[in-house]
Design a protein around this ligand. Structure first.
Ligand code: MN
Length: 262
């Protein structure tokens, strides 16, 4: 499958930023309170100049109106915490494949800045590409087809025009299907396409891509002097717990920090 290089947005860090932190794939949901607690503790204690959420903060998002009723109490609580965090420092939000329906109303409610996928961050004399990562998983042709559809205004308007209860039921159905697919061993674990990743970095004039989505934290060389750095997902109830932050500071480079003290 061939791809064209997407449009990059540029984000120039203000000169007073000392360090920035990246997280992704927390898959927050009411049934996993330990991960929520770890995230709350992280947001309340970080001293980063800015926090970048690179997709799949939420396990599912069926529309910004989900926080309006009792069933959305958990999402409302997450919103309140984001709002508190965004009063302390800029918090950037990029969509993942699970929470791509987070809309301008929720972002404004929380004081978050939406981040285009992909974005080039200019910070500390370096250009770094930020992406959720799903757009580069070219082998998963079915998913790319769904993605193209689901990111269209028509699809989203049609989905969001349904009653909240219908949307929640549909989301549950999709999730059960994907769980069944995983357990049957049918799901191919897609990874980022190497040549396309290299193309992106060259087009962006950057050496490093930071992304999530695959839940396989690592550093991969993707060409001469080029690398992609994969964020960890979060599951604070796992043993050992996974709740990792990637920190970028000029001079020190990239460091992985455990958000949950072990
Ligand atoms: Mn994802």
């Amino acid at each position: 499958m061939t791809t064209t290089v997407p449009r990059f947005e540029e984000l120039a860090a203000p000169s007073d930023w000392r360090t920035v932190e990246f997280i992704s794939d927390l898959h927050l949901q009411a049934s996993e309170p330990a991960t929520f607690e770890a995230w709350r503790r992280y947001l309340r204690t970080t001293d980063a100049s800015a926090v970048f959420i690179l997709g799949d903060l939420f396990e599912v998002w069926v529309g910004d109106d989900c926080i309006d009723d009792a069933e959305g109490a958990f999402e409302a609580e997450c919103g309140a915490l984001l709002r508190e965090a965004a009063r302390q420092r800029p918090v950037f939000f990029m969509h993942g494949n699970r929470d791509f329906l987070v809309g301008p109303r929720f972002l404004a409610h929380c004081g978050l800045t939406g981040l285009h996928d992909p974005t080039v961050l200019q910070f500390g004399g370096e250009r770094t590409v930020l992406s959720h990562g799903d757009l580069l998983c070219l082998d998963d042709v079915d998913y790319q087809r769904f993605r193209a559809q689901a990111r269209s205004t028509e699809w989203q308007q049609r989905f969001l025009s349904q009653p909240l209860a219908v949307r929640r039921a549909q989301a549950r159905g999709i999730r059960e299907q994907s769980e069944a697919r995983k357990q049957s061993g049918d799901a191919a674990y897609a990874d980022l396409d190497g040549p396309a990743t290299q193309q992106w970095l060259q087009a962006a004039g950057a050496r490093t891509l930071i992304h999530g989505h695959t839940h396989r934290p690592a550093v991969h060389a993707v060409g001469p002097g080029l690398q992609r750095v994969v964020l960890s997902d979060w599951d604070a109830a796992a043993r050992p717990p996974r709740a990792e932050v990637l920190r970028l500071s000029p001079g020190r480079g990239l460091e992985r920090l455990a958000a949950v003290p072990m």
